[in-house]
Design a protein. Sequence first.
Length: 330
Amino acid sequence: MVETIDIIVPIYNMEDRLEQCLQSLLKQKVTSLFTYRILLVNDGSTDDTQVICTNYANKYPEKILSFIKSNGGVSSARNFGLQKANADYITFVDPDDYILPTYLLNLFTTLKKTGADISSSCFKETWNNDRNQSLSETKLKNLQILSAKEALRKLFYQDGLEFAVWGKLIKRALFLNVSFPEGKRYEDVPVTYNLISKCTKVAVIENKDYVYWQREDGMLNSKFNLSKLDIVPVMDNLYETVLRDYPQLKSAVACRYFAGMSNVYFQIPNDVKQKAKIWNAMKSKRKLALLDRNASKKVRLGALSMYMGRRLMEYLYIKTQKRGKLLHKK
């Protein structure tokens, strides 16, 4: 039986990068075992995004479906796409990114080979107009088959598994009673947690088939706005949920909590009163992060530096921060 994949692309004002993304989606290698469609969801764009969507949908009517909705944010667009999807599997691609020709093939092969509910691959980063095409490889790299708890552990330690929903192939049935929280940042955190928690098996490969555009004016460099404080309830809820569902992962989720809060803390201007709230949240998890030998050196160093004061911690953070190591791109 031929199985099906729906690629959901939430789009808002991406006229300058959308075509590269669409070209990469159309170049996917397939086998006789699966077919795929592309669901373009224009989330109320005000530029020429819809012109591009319409042109591609008209040119490839059997491959591309184009939808227009009023602006509601990326979560709203993804939820809309899920309502329109009817394939066996779902994957997400952001319109400013692109995928290599082996993206779907490798994720699908991994799922079928392992009987997993979710397969996940790795990504590479690109900046500005760097459009270097990486080499596609169909050989699955370092395939791992994990239980839900093992996958969550890797997720919390950022050990080859990320919260981002892109870079994954997911059984559509898992989205029953799971949707993206609308109007909030860091929307992937609860969704990815809930999806993995419903899995019997998760399969992970190290193939870098997804190319992620790290904007120079992205999270670390963009002007701070209060919506980034959504991190507090998101991480608080995640921590409490994990303590309830997987108490053995307390230390692991504390490390992720600390890392996520840290990334936002250093973006907050000193005159924003909520900065102290983020500091206290980090402080509540610093001991667990510091004493966890499975945590990354960066997380443990950050936790240790908290004991030495804010200035030293900020200095060390700036020295060790690498572009792209974010909780979630937005």
